[in-house]
Design a protein around this ligand. Structure first.
Ligand code: TMP
Length: 206
């Protein structure tokens, strides 16, 4: 059985990734179209019953910065063990709304947790495992904050300051510069149509 591919969507809150997720999943499913393999859509934090419980806590409850990072990785370990690894092993493709780059960006960049601590947790939880491809929706923080303010009541992260999101965005871009073969950056200020054209290139490259 050929192992499946693991694809992740990333970006700061308000970057617009959610607008394209379901469309992208459908395009991948059309591409696979074998009737045997499927596209599993999932998200972090979340993706499992335990992950869902941890997500509720992480988004709503104030906590120590290191506790937050540890819970993100605990939810991730469960997600890998219960969902991601079994799906890839049986040849399915997995599309996840966020993964470890979000921890580097939010807990590292945004909150300022030293990168070496996050790298140690990353090694523990996932060894050398990385997504095959990561689509980063990049947008200036002012645009993202306008999009966020139109949404429902903000959670723990959405209510953070503009400078928090500037640091988060900068860390996402640093991760992308460090792994240019894995990252595909989308300028999310563009129209939905031109973003989809870019995403078609991503699908074609897979
Ligand atoms: P979502 O709004 O994209 O579903 O993600 C929930 C929030 O969790 C989002 O504000 C980013 C944050 N988050 C982290 O801070 N660290 C992480 O590792 C992950 C996966 C998400």
């Amino acid at each position: 059985m050929v192992r499946g591919k693991f694809i992740t969507f990333e970006g700061i809150d308000g970057a617009g990734k959610t607008t394209h997720l379901d469309w992208f999943r459908q395009r991948l499913a059309d591409k696979l179209n074998t009737g045997v393999r499927k596209v599993v859509m999932t998200r972090e934090p979340g993706g499992t019953p335990l992950g869902g419980t941890l997500r509720g806590i992480l988004l709503a409850q104030p906590m120590d910065l290191e506790t937050e990072a540890l819970l993100m990785f605990a939810a991730r370990r469960e997600h890998l063990a219960q969902v991601i690894e079994p799906a890839l092993a049986q040849g399915d493709w997995v599309l996840s709304d966020r993964f470890t780059d979000a921890t580097f960006a939010y807990q590292g960049g945004g909150r300022g947790l030293p990168r070496d601590k996050l790298e140690a947790l990353e090694r523990w939880v996932q060894g050398g495992f990385q997504p095959d491809l990561t689509v980063l929706f990049d947008v200036p923080t002012e645009t993202a904050s306008e999009r966020r303010s139109a949404a429902r009541a903000p959670d723990n992260f959405e209510s953070e300051s503009e400078t928090f999101f500037e640091r988060t965005r900068a860390e996402y871009l640093r991760c992308a510069a460090e792994a240019p073969d894995r990252f595909f950056i989308v300028d999310s200020t563009q129209s939905i149509e031109s973003i989809r054209k870019r995403l078609e290139e991503v699908v074609a490259s897979l």
